[in-house]
Design a protein around this ligand. Structure first.
Ligand code: PLP
Length: 379
């Protein structure tokens, strides 16, 4: 039996007719740049994410970059984030000449630890604290970071909050939607996210009219009006064809999320029944509505051997992420030593993402757990 980590062809078959119909209408109109299809999606995304405004942008990475630009982040500014995330969270900070300041993660959720945050802030030098401008909590794997204490700290220290919700569209924290809690919410429509385009795309949500306006200007090279530039922006436009596709898929998102949650529940039951808790730690749901963009287990030992064994049984898995950001070569100038963030480093060497996409059958889920059981009973 084959169990790929992610398989999008089946999902496409289920929406193909509708996608082809809207694509055909789109091609007839020959209206490719921004315009009605992007505006429609923006309204739908703002409603879905319980935010007042949404601005379609070119990718999740550009959502982060344009948010930092709108917040006025620049050279020598400090921005706090987690070292255990996709590269672009910290990449966006450094592209503006600002400095990422890392805070270790919570061992249960893999998200930025509020206690770690307080520790970093209270041990920070005066000069560094004065240059501190923003914080980017990441809602990793589809579960929100512990936002209340983070928002409290942001208020106390006067920090802009940019939520990296690229993996968490539709996730909730104490009844609040991902992307609606900070000043900016950054989303990605990369195909492997729960709401994926047929290519790259993203969005920024906000509850501020002024921020919405700034983002719209920065998205078109800072032009306002056209050909007059008071600020420097970029081409951060969401492709209109992608907007049309994402609009179709958004209608199905809640159904897909429910099935992912159901799959997670089945996995958890199967793992318990197989007595595998000695060998692996299951995902911990601490906050409301985990949307399971990834189902990530912690393998207590032999993670890489298990991964190879699964591969030999045609089961896909992935390590998100094998090297924490503070240890990346390109960030060596930040001078973080090995051991600086033990929880993130442990996660990097023990975590393993298993297939969780909605179209998986119960047989496939059972096959994955059975092979993991066999691996540990033989070793
Ligand atoms: C996917 C992702 C991004 C980047 O999104 P792209 O659309 O691929 O540019 C940023 N942050 C996190 C946490 C992500 O998972």
């Amino acid at each position: 039996m084959k169990v790929p980590l992610l398989e999008l062809k089946q999902q496409y078959q289920s929406i193909k007719k509708e996608v082809l119909r809207v694509a055909e209408e789109f091609f007839e109109k020959q209206y490719f740049i921004l315009g009605p299809s992007v505006e429609t999606l923006e309204k739908e995304i703002s409603r879905y994410c319980a935010s007042k405004y949404a601005v379609g942008v070119s990718s999740g990475t550009d959502a982060l970059l344009i948010s930092l630009m709108a917040a006025g982040i620049g050279p020598k500014d400090g921005v706090i984030t987690t070292p255990y995330t996709f590269f672009s969270t910290a990449g966006a900070i450094t592209r503006l000449g600002a400095r990422p300041i890392f805070v270790d993660i919570d061992p249960d959720t893999f998200n930025l630890s509020p206690e770690g945050l307080v520790r970093v802030l209270t041990t920070m030098g005066q000069a560094e604290r004065e240059r501190l401008r923003a914080i980017i909590p990441v809602h990793l794997y589809g579960q929100c970071a512990d936002m209340d204490p983070i928002l409290k700290v942001a208020e106390d220290y006067n920090l802009v909050v940019i939520e990296d919700a690229a993996q968490a569209i539709g996730a909730e924290y104490r009844g609040r939607r991902a992307g609606s809690m900070g000043n900016y919410g950054c989303f990605s429509f990369f195909p492997s996210k729960n709401l994926g385009a047929f290519g790259d795309g993203g969005a920024v949500t906000t509850n501020s009219k002024a921020i919405d306006k700034k983002l719209r200007i920065l998205r078109v090279h800072g032009a306002n009006p056209k050909y007059y530039h008071r600020v420097i922006g970029g081409n951060f436009r969401l492709d209109a064809l992608q907007a049309v596709i994402v609009s179709v898929k958004l209608k199905y998102l809640d159904g897909w999320i429910k099935t992912r949650q159901k799959n997670a529940k089945i996995y958890k039951q199967l793992f318990k029944k197989a007595g595998l808790e000695r060998h692996i730690q299951l995902p911990v749901e601490k906050e409301d509505r985990h949307i399971y963009n990834q189902f990530v287990i912690r393998v207590k030992e032999k993670r890489d051997l298990l991964r190879q064994f699964l591969l030999s049984k045609e089961i896909g898995s992935e390590v998100y992420y094998p090297l924490p950001l503070h240890l990346q070569e390109c960030f060596s100038y930040l001078n973080y030593p090995n051991g600086a963030f033990p929880v993130a480093e442990h996660a990097a060497s023990h975590s393993l993402a298993l297939p969780i996409y909605p179209e998986l059958t119960e047989n496939q889920l059972a096959y994955v757990v059975e092979k993991i059981r066999i691996f540990f009973s033989n070793s």
